[in-house]
Every structure is written in structure tokens, then in C-alpha cells.
Design a protein around this ligand. Structure first.
Ligand code: SF4
Length: 427
């Protein structure tokens, strides 16, 4: 029998040392893709997310986005009943009725996402067909898309990838040369990036997703993709299939990551070094200064990143290179080499890179290593804290603006705060 947790060397790329990958398969501890609705619905202000799922799905979304109960919600769950699950009722007819009623009540909704879940997949409810039927009835007033947020074989950030991937076929075609930033970033980050690109003379610049889901950016052979999140691999490949080209770069986390990311676009646009340095120098200086406090707190400390958000590889690079942390293990739910090609060579060679999860074995490694900080999913944080380990929930990294120069200090603070708190509590 093949022991899947045995480290295996990977094919080294020409002239580059690649880390050895520990591949594990076993029990996993991650949220499902429905979680993405929490940040996606904040970004796309004309979109509604209708989960077709169970009461469990409704509870997950409601508690993850708890504060939103006071606003007019733009997400809901169409709950599959026992009759639906037993195949005694026509769930398709019922779903059409619910959607039409919802859209009559909510004229502000221009885009409806039907979001599949574990139960809808188990009973093979065809949401693609439902979207087709509803589009025939409702388009152009409303465009209906469908994607899966199910927890079967996914991690929670794949919800965003699946949602954005669903938009790609309906994006208009263009031959225009343009920069397309792919991945959900907070509006404040988008505004900062727009200003920097304008100062660099790079444009037009568009974002996927846009603030209004209806304003789909065009795509075509002149489109250069700058990836803002490492988990949107399927979306990136769908855009490439429509003629776009990926600009390989590290992700814009920290001063170094943001500069390298901007430089990839600047090189493609032929921006000269003098102009690039003049535009980026103030941001770099502010970012470095804002990281000082976290660096003082974390430099020389040891971090273990468990696989959860799919942000682990770029964050390990940031923690090591900008905050001076020593990385014991970087876990990633799956290793999409195309998406992290510029990040892998920047990881410290002594760090273990692990893909997938065998929870018990990984917890044994955490306990043996006794890291100063463990970055992990919510479900693991409390038990590990109870064992005396200091933890940081990785889900906070997708709910908080962390991209770009102005957010570098906040990103450092996310990791420094739990270590500070633990030190204050020391007897
Ligand atoms: S989609 Fe699956 S994993 Fe997610 S809340 Fe629903 S039942 Fe649970």
C-alpha cells in the first residue's frame, strides 16, 4: 500500500530548487465554499446569493455573516425539505417559484447566484438547468448564474473561485489591451490600486469581480491578468482559455509582495525604473514602517501554517521574508503550481511544504514542533489554545483587507496580536 504521507521529491524546474512536498490524504478540517458568500456579497452590491441547501447550510451562512441580519440581506437559503430529498416533490419547480418571488420583491438585484451545496449535489439537483430556465424568463433584467459551494472535496476559498469562474462565459469579448485584476479585494484596496496604476500610466485596469456584478469586465487576447488571490486557479484558466495571459508575480502581501506584483504589470507596460520607483517609494516606506512593530514581536519566532485558506504559501513567504519568522511547515489544501509559481522559490528551503491534510498526523507534528504561532482553521484554534499553543484563525485573512502597501501593517498585526496576548498572559 502506498503511504500517502511519505515525503516525495517533486520534479525540479530547470535551474531552480523546489521544496519537497509532503502529500497527505485523510481527515480534513476546513469550512465549505459557502463561506465565500460572506465576502462576495459585500463586494458585488447588486448580487444575491441563494443557497440551495439544508438547515445546516443556512446556519453556517447566518452565523458566518451574523452582523448582516440587521441589513437587507443579499443571501438566503432555499431549504431542501425531506420531500425534496426523497424525490417526492419537484424541487426544480419550487426553486423557480422562489426565485421569481424573490426577484419581484427585490428590484435592486441584477445578478442572482444559485449556489449548490452538499445536499443539492447529493440529490443531483441540476442548478445549471435551473439557471438556464430562469435566464430564459428573467434576462436581461436579471442574469442568473450557478456554482457549487459544497463542502465535498473543496476548501472554503474555492467558493470564490467557483463563483468567479461562473461569470467568465458571460464576460464580453474584447481585443483591447487591458489589465484585469482577478480576485475579490476590498473596495478600499481597489481604490488604492487604481490610483497607483494611474500614476504608473497603466490602463485601462479592470477588476473581477467588479463592485456591480452586472458590470462584467471584458476579456480577450489583449487582456493581461494580475492575480490578487492564489485560490482562483479555475477562473484564471477559464480567462486564459478566452485569450488572456497571466502575469506571473508573487501576491500583493507586504511591501515586497506588493512591489513585485506591481512590477509585473509595470514591466508589461514598459514603465521605466525611475517612474516605478518614484510612484512606489512612498508606499514601500509606509508599509515598511507599519511592519516594524510586528517585526519586533515576531522576528526569530517559529510559525506553523495548517492548510485552510489556500493563502498559506504567500503568507509564509511574507512572514519569513518581511517579519523574520522561521517557517516550520506550510500546509496548503492543494498545490496549484501555476498559481504559486512566483511564490515557491521565495519560501525558506528548510520549511516543509505539505499538500492536503491528515489531521491527526499534522497535529502530532504541531505538538512536537511547539511553534510560537499556529495559523489554522477556527475549529482547531480553541483546542490548540487549550493545549498552550498560540493560534491565529486563517479565516480572518479573507475577511480583512490585507492587500497592498497601506494594509501591510494590519496584515502584520493579525499575526503579532495573538503572540503579544500570549506574552502578556505569561505568569
Ligand atoms: S454545503 Fe455541505 S458542508 Fe457546507 S454547510 Fe451545507 S452541508 Fe455543510
Amino acid at each position: 500500500m502506498n503511504d500517502l504521507s511519505t515525503p516525495r521529491a517533486v520534479e525540479p524546474a530547470a535551474g531552480r530548487i523546489e521544496p519537497i512536498v509532503l502529500r497527505e490524504r485523510g481527515q480534513r478540517e476546513v469550512f465549505c465554499g459557502l463561506t465565500g458568500i460572506v465576502w462576495l456579497h459585500r463586494k458585488m452590491q447588486d448580487a444575491f446569493f441563494l443557497v440551495v441547501g439544508s438547515r445546516t447550510c443556512a446556519h453556517l451562512i447566518q452565523s458566518a455573516a451574523g452582523v448582516m441580519i440587521f441589513a437587507e440581506p443579499r443571501f438566503a437559503t432555499a431549504i431542501l425539505t425531506d420531500r425534496d430529498l426523497a424525490g417526492l416533490a419537484d424541487a426544480g419547480d419550487e426553486l423557480d417559484r422562489i426565485c421569481v418571488t424573490l426577484l419581484e420583491r427585490r428590484p435592486d438585484i441584477a445578478t442572482l447566484f444559485l449556489v449548490g451545496s452538499c445536499p443539492s449535489e447529493v440529490i443531483k439537483l441540476d442548478l445549471a438547468k435551473a439557471a438556464e430556465r430562469l435566464n430564459a424568463r428573467l434576462f436581461p433584467r436579471v442574469r442568473v448564474h450557478n456554482y457549487s459551494g459544497s463542502g465535498i472535496e473543496t476548501t472554503f476559498t474555492q467558493g470564490e473561485d467557483n463563483a468567479l469562474r461562473a461569470l467568465v462565459p458571460t464576460m464580453p469579448a474584447t481585443d483591447e489591451r487591458q489589465l484585469l485584476v482577478v480576485g475579490c479585494v476590498a473596495d478600499v484596496v481597489e481604490d488604492q490600486l487604481v490610483r497607483i496604476f494611474a500614476d504608473l500610466g497603466i490602463g485601462p485596469v479592470r477588476f473581477l469581480p467588479a463592485r456591480r456584478a452586472r458590470d462584467l469586465p471584458p476579456v480577450g487576447p489583449g487582456t493581461l491578468l494580475l492575480l490578487a488571490q492564489p485560490f482562483n486557479g479555475e477562473t484564471a484558466r477559464a480567462l486564459v482559455a478566452r485569450g488572456a495571459r497571466i502575469l506571473q508575480a508573487p501576491y500583493p502581501f507586504g511591501a515586497e509582495g506588493t512591489t513585485a506584483w506591481l512590477r509585473a504589470a509595470a514591466d508589461a507596460w514598459g514603465v521605466d525604473t525611475e517612474r516605478f520607483d518614484a510612484v512606489t517609494a512612498p508606499g514601500i516606506a509606509r508599509a515598511r514602517a507599519s511592519l516594524e512593530r510586528a517585526r519586533e514581536r515576531l522576528s526569530g519566532k517559529r510559525v506553523f501554517l495548517m492548510p485552510d485558506s489556500q493563502l498559506e504559501i504567500p503568507l509564509a513567504r511574507f512572514l519569513h521574508r518581511e517579519l523574520g519568522m522561521s517557517v516550520i511547515e506550510v500546509g496548503t489544501p492543494y498545490l496549484d503550481r501555476q498559481m504559486v509559481a512566483a511564490e515557491l522559490p521565495l519560501l525558506p528551503p528548510e520549511a516543509t511544504l505539505s499538500e492536503g491534510q491528515h489531521l491527526e498526523r499534522q497535529l502530532d507534528r504541531v505538538r512536537a514542533a511547539k511553534p510560537d504561532l499556529t495559523v489554522c482553521g477556527l475549529g482547531l484554534a480553541n483546542p490548540l489554545e487549550a493545549e498552550g499553543l498560540t493560534t491565529k484563525w486563517s479565516i480572518e485573512l479573507v475577511f480583512t483587507p490585507i492587500h497592498g502597501y497601506e494594509q501591510a501593517g494590519d496584515l502584520g498585526g493579525i499575526f503579532a496580536r495573538p503572540v503579544e496576548r500570549r506574552e502578556r498572559l505569561k505568569p
